[in-house]
Design a protein around this ligand. Structure first.
Ligand code: ADP
Ligand code: MG
Ligand code: MG
Length: 865
């Protein structure tokens, strides 16, 4: 019942019901919190009545009375939302004490020191979290007193010292706030509960929910629980433990505790905590007494409890406990936070220990977390000075000297220097520089900007859209929060967090463990979707294949056009005024393309390779700088002025909706003819060498069936010609991309013409929303933060709108062509929620960037379970 009771409350109730010793208490629900918020921060009478009834129940149960002077029942008031949430109100312990009951407690326990220690802790916590009082001044008063008494530890202060401290605390609070510390226990309780409820909407908590995609409408629960005391003497203690190692996953029970202490003393670093057993000993706590040695019986009981809890929750647990007079109480348990490597190891171990089924193990791991395992990351023990924060666009850590141009990056890399490419934003011209860099940092652009998409494809770290940095290309400097860095200075980026860090921070390499391989093979047993990759070169194809890709879902041919030697031929083709000239230029490109395809086919031996014919508007290939234009003029032996004129002619007002995709094929059929030839000749050559080739030729951006029919005919004509020329044949498929709404709507009539549909959901999202991705940075963030769209539609497929079209095309397409093969090749193909959608509507495959292949494999398995 985590929704109603919060995580902490639900687990406390559950532990109590399976018979563990949990101090009695009750939970005020999240529904009460929502009611509180709605009624301008007041607790309504009905809820108050129920709290009073529950309170009486606890009194009966414990034999103590809340507010009693002789035998006071004390409470801890603990917040607990559905998921654990930093930013919420901290816990208040020992609530219910006042000047009278502290004396009663001292007499009852014959332990005045304990009573006054509890009281001064209560005042400090309550002042802090309920009254919002800055307690630094109280803390320094405590320090002053220790100094005056010439002691180091809180525990060395006497009852009299603590009593004196309480008086000083109360006086300071009165002087600073003008109100006395509340002495009525009931008032203390109502105010503490209200404070927890209010903290749901404090700015820290709201920010945390925004970052972590947590629903603002959940509310938090409040746990009111009777106190048990770890600070009553040397047979008392408090501690925390993990049932397995959260950083490696190793099956080793370990933790820390402190004798005669309370609450968060262990984590607050007030004294050096002691290890709970030998396994928790490391260099720093050698020689300290363990819990096993100090309280062997309690230790054995704790082992029993943890084993039960692990079996019960079927997961590694993070447990908080307190020991009061040699009796063990469990105060909290939860599934412990862990690194991705530990998560995989624990899941695999739990299956081997027969605690989990394979299906359960697969569902336990968040596919996105796998990312951590595939890339080098920052050494967690290294110190780092974070300069700025951008978008975590492509995971992994990269360090290098900063440089601002692709050319410089390439040159430096060739001379053996590690570089970090820093750009306002990147464009296809920067590819070479990106390849040569350890990572990419951009000042503009979002999670689906050019830099982000390409970096993810390459598996390179990228921090994008870091608006805190100012780049000056003229002076080759970068300014960030008042500091300036020159070309050649060292910076580090962490693409998993978006951090930009000063200097060179050491990294640790990714390693793929046997456990991980096992785990992934289980995922493969359950998934129904085929996983392909988007790759344009043999290296990426190889990487993806090693990650388990079952084919290429999208090979973008234009990426091959930017290499130095080719770009001139490409430009020559664009400048050609008539067919003859264009064919001459294309003839120069043919051997390059053929070689590319031979490389890719060879890397993907036995697996399908889907190649998209030329898609982007031609002007993307035009020379942008003066030098480039002059070089081209010289190469073509024409006037620079003519070049400029042609650039003018090719200018488009809205290139995304302009002369691109199959429209190029319609107006310049010779381009697609050349590409088809390159593909088929490469396939034939590979076949001769014994490579199994399964080429798929894809025609992009159709909106009309007629476009496909026309271009397909031309492709087939060219293919038949080659077959005749060579006397050899090879099997191939011809299909189209569905990425315009009209194509999706009329898919039923298009499908009989296609062997496959590949849903290009990047363009389909742009055109369905009528929204240019490259311009959306100016307003989309506000839509997302304001809740107008639940998530960035370029990151997670908009199921209601874009998904509707995809589903419609899928259903109608299958009706008219039952044999059609269908998949998705947009960025969404590697995003778990979108993958679930693709599974649900019955697509055959998803295609994603190489480093997301394992994530997609796992997400597809989860979708099927
Ligand atoms: P957090 O959510 O920050 O972990 P908790 O509500 O778990 O906060 O409280 C912090 C600590 O306070 C616990 O680890 C425990 O040591 C102490 N504490 C909480 N409730 C009690 C209780 N009923 N008796 C004794 N100590 C408690
Ligand atoms: Mg806390
Ligand atoms: Mg806790």
């Amino acid at each position: 019942m985590k929704g109603l009771l919060g995580g902490k409350g639900a687990n406390l109730a559950e532990m109590s019901s399976i018979g563990l010793s949990v101090p009695p208490g009750f939970t005020v629900t999240t529904a009460a919190c929502l009611d509180f918020v709605e009624n301008s921060n007041t607790i309504n009478q009905q809820i108050k009545d129920e709290v009073l009834l529950a309170l009486q129940e606890v009194e009966k149960n414990s034999g103590k009375k809340f507010g009693d002077i002789k035998n006071p029942l004390l409470f801890s008031v603990r917040s607990g939302a559905r998921v654990s949430m930093p930013g919420m109100m901290d816990t208040v312990l020992n609530l219910g004490l006042n000047d009278d009951s502290v004396i009663g407690l001292a007499e009852l326990t014959k332990n005045p020191r304990f009573a006054w220690d509890s009281y001064r802790r209560f005042i400090q916590m309550y002042a802090n979290v309920v009254m919002g009082f800055n307690v630094a001044i109280l803390e320094s008063t405590l320090e002053d007193l220790k100094e005056a008494r010439e002691v180091e530890l809180d525990t060395q202060l006497t009852a009299d010292d603590l009593q004196e401290l309480v008086e000083v605390y109360k006086r300071i609070i009165f002087e600073e706030t003008g109100v006395s510390f509340p002495t009525d226990p009931m008032e203390q309780l109502w105010r503490a509960i209200s404070a927890v409820f209010s903290s749901w909407n404090n700015p820290r908590a709201i920010k945390y929910r925004e970052i972590n995609d947590i629903d603002h409408s959940w509310g938090t629960a409040v746990n009111v629980q009777s106190m048990v005391f770890g600070n009553m003497g040397d047979d008392c203690a408090t501690g925390v433990c993990f049932t397995r190692d959260p950083s490696t996953g190793e099956k080793k029970f370990f933790g820390e505790f402190l004798i005669n202490a309370q609450g968060e003393d262990v984590v607050a670093g007030i004294r050096t905590p002691q290890p709970i057993n030998d396994l928790s000993k490391n260099e720093s706590n050698k020689g300290l007494q363990t819990l096993q040695e100090a309280m062997p019986k309690v230790y054995d009981e704790l082992v029993e409890v943890y084993t039960r809890l692990e079996k019960h929750y079927k997961d590694m647990q993070d447990i908080e406990f307190t020991i009061e007079n040699d009796k063990l109480f469990i105060l909290q348990t939860r599934n412990g936070k862990r690194t991705a490597a530990a998560a995989v190891k624990i899941a695999v171990d739990l299956v081997n220990e027969k605690i989990l089924s394979k299906e359960e193990a697969i569902l336990k791991i968040n596919p996105e977390d796998i990312n951590q395992l595939l890339h080098p990351r920052l050494d967690p023990s290294a110190t780092k000075n974070v300069l700025a924060q951008g978008l975590p666009a492509s995971p992994g850590a990269g360090s290098g000297v900063i440089t601002f141009t692709s050319e410089k990056a390439t040159a430096l890399n060739e001379s053996g220097v590690k570089v970090l490419l820093v750009r306002q934003e990147t464009s296809p011209e920067d590819i070479a520089g990106m390849v040569a860099s350890e990572g990419i940092l951009t000042a503009r652009g979002g999670m689906t900007s050019h830099a982000a998409v390409v970096a993810r494809g390459m598996g390179k770290p990228c921090v994008a859209g870091c608006s805190e940095i100012q780049i000056n290309y003229a002076t080759l400097t970068l300014k960030v929060n008042g500091r300036e860095f020159k070309e050649g200075d060292h910076l580090t980026i962490d693409g998993a967090t978006g951090e930009v860090i000063e200097g060179k921070v050491p990294t640790i390499a990714a390693e793929i463990s046997e456990d991980f391989a096992n785990f992934m093979s289980w995922a493969d047993e359950f998934r129904k979707l085929e996983i392909r990759t988007n790759a344009d070169n043999p290296e990426d194809s190889e990487t993806a294949r090693n990650f388990g890709a079952q084919g290429i879902g999208l090979c973008r041919t234009e990426h091959m056009f930017f290499e130095a030697e080719r770009i001139l031929a490409v430009r020559e083709m664009i400048y050609a005024k008539e067919l003859k000239e264009r064919e001459k230029a294309l003839a120069k490109l043919l051997p390059f393309q053929r070689e590319d395809f031979i490389g890719i086919f060879t890397a993907m031996d036995g697996k399908p390779v889907n190649i998209r014919l030329l898609d982007p508007p031609l002007h993307e290939f035009l020379p942008h700088t003066k030098e480039d234009r002059e070089a081209l003029a010289e190469y073509l032996e024409i006037e620079v002025q003519l070049i400029d004129e042609r650039c003018e002619q090719l200018h488009e007002f809205n290139p995304m909706l302009g002369h691109r995709g199959c429209r190029l094929g319609v107006t310049f059929p010779e381009i697609y003819k050349m590409q088809t030839r390159a593909i088929i000749e490469a396939a034939l050559e590979c076949k001769k060498k014994g490579v199994e080739v399964l080429p798929e030729i894809m025609i992009p951006l159709i909106s009309l069936k007629g476009e496909l029919v026309l271009l397909k005919e031309e492709c087939i004509k060219e293919i038949e010609t080659i077959f005749k020329e060579t006397g050899e044949e090879v099997k191939y498929k011809l299909g189209t991309m569905i990425e315009l709404p009209r194509a999706a709507i009329t898919a039923g009539s298009i499908a009989p013409e296609a062997d496959f549909f590949s849903f290009g959901t990047n363009d389909l999202t742009q055109t369905t929303f009528g929204l240019s991705r490259d311009d959306s940075g100016k307003f989309l963030p506000e839509y997302i933060n304001g809740g107008l769209v639940p998530v960035d539609p370029f990151v997670s497929l908009d199921q209601e709108g874009v998904g509707f079209l995809v589903n419609h095309a899928c259903v109608e397409g299958r009706k008219s062509n039952p044999k059609i093969h269908m998949g998705i090749c947009g960025e969404h193909g590697g995003e778990p929620r979108s993958i679930q959608f693709c599974h649900d509507i019955g697509l055959d495959y998803v295609s994603c960037s190489p480093y997301r292949v394992p994530i997609a494999r796992l997400a597809a398995a989860q979708a099927a379970l």
